[in-house]
Design a protein around this ligand. Sequence first.
Ligand SMILES: Cc1ncc(COP(=O)(O)O)c(C=O)c1O
Length: 439
Amino acid sequence: MRRISFSPPDITEAEIAEVAEALRSGWITTGPRTKHLERRLAAYIATGDNTVDTEADTAAWSNRVVCLNSATAAEELNLRIFGVGPGDEVIVPAYTYTATASAAIHCGATVKFVDIQKDGDAVTHMPEMDYEALAAAITEKTKVIVAVDLAGIIADYETMFRIAEEKKSLFRPVESDGTPLGDLNHRIQVSIGRIAVFSDAAHSLGAWRTFRGEKKYCGAIADFTSFSFHAVKNFTTAEGGASTWKPIEGVDDAEIYKFYQLLSLHGQNKDALAKTKLGAWEYDIIGPWYKCNLTDVMAAIGLRQLDRYPELLDRRAQIIARYDAICDELGISHLTHYTGDSRSSGHLYLIRIPGISTERRNEIIELMAQQGVATNVHYKPLPMMTAYKSTGTDIGDYPNSYAYYENLISLPLHTLLSDDDIDYLCDTLKMVVKDMKLC
Ligand SMILES: Cc1ncc(COP(=O)(O)O)c(C=O)c1O
């Protein structure tokens, strides 16, 4: 029997050698490798080109990427840079991972869940928000809509920006509290002038979609975007993540970048690299903030992952084509990762077996496990989780999210799967659903 794990990291000798170099370099915390990765990611997000690599090339690219130690930190810092706090409301899909919502709660805001469309988007079947319900949930307190590019498929930002424009008259920019960060928050909110549209792009680095008639890569669509580089993601630094934002009229990117640095490094006005200059010991703390920077050891993994990333995305596309074929043969509904005007990053493969209960779904997961195949469920909707139930949220108010989850299974999708593994996995799925008389 084969053993097929769910999503092991794909690490080669190239990543190992770069980590060893970083360790030998004498600079292991945030430093040159992190800064280099930020610039390379900025070029990649702007153009889809992963080969921009030398210092001279990368200098041409924006400083609108900040590497951090997780997507959760990136989401929270995005909210803090925009100026979300107590009294504000943040709209989040009910169907997502907890970090999409918990980051807003950490900022003191109130999360308002919105149900997904029935069976997800009509073309991709991605569990996207119900946009009528989203529009209806907006109040004078709403500051941000956080969309999730679940499984690597980019959500419908054109519709979300249209709704944010239509509701512009309700938006009240935050007043400055007189601090430098409060002043920045005020200027950003005045400049954007409407509810901000954020992207939880934990899954979708490298995906693109036609947006307002142009091909745009993930990170260049929403006002603010957060990526995850966690070990199970397509692109990993073991733990890690990044924030990026679209240019904001009248606010300098360098100023925004500086505040991300301050928020992620104790509010200390000199980073470790600046403090190594002889005699330059003195620093100030301008806010009692966080410690969530990415280290150069982790950035070393990311630099070499980025070299390989287009190949990794192509391999994912090959596996997805095989899964699409077997699911279509068996009458199992599945995500559509590639359409005429979008390309997903192919992060997760979600299938839904028509008409089955959660018990039957769990039986399939168990039978697949007995054959050595690890599967998963992405996600149990947040209103079913203790932390959110205890604040009065009831899954009964999110019937489409429940129905989507009820019969859902995530198949293993990663770049260590061989063609033989995929044959085995497809045969196992076929055998299990036929034995259970589900097709
Ligand atoms: C949709 C989504 N958002 C955010 C996160 C958080 O990512 P991280 O673990 O890098 O904080 C995850 C992690 O799985 C996720 O799936």
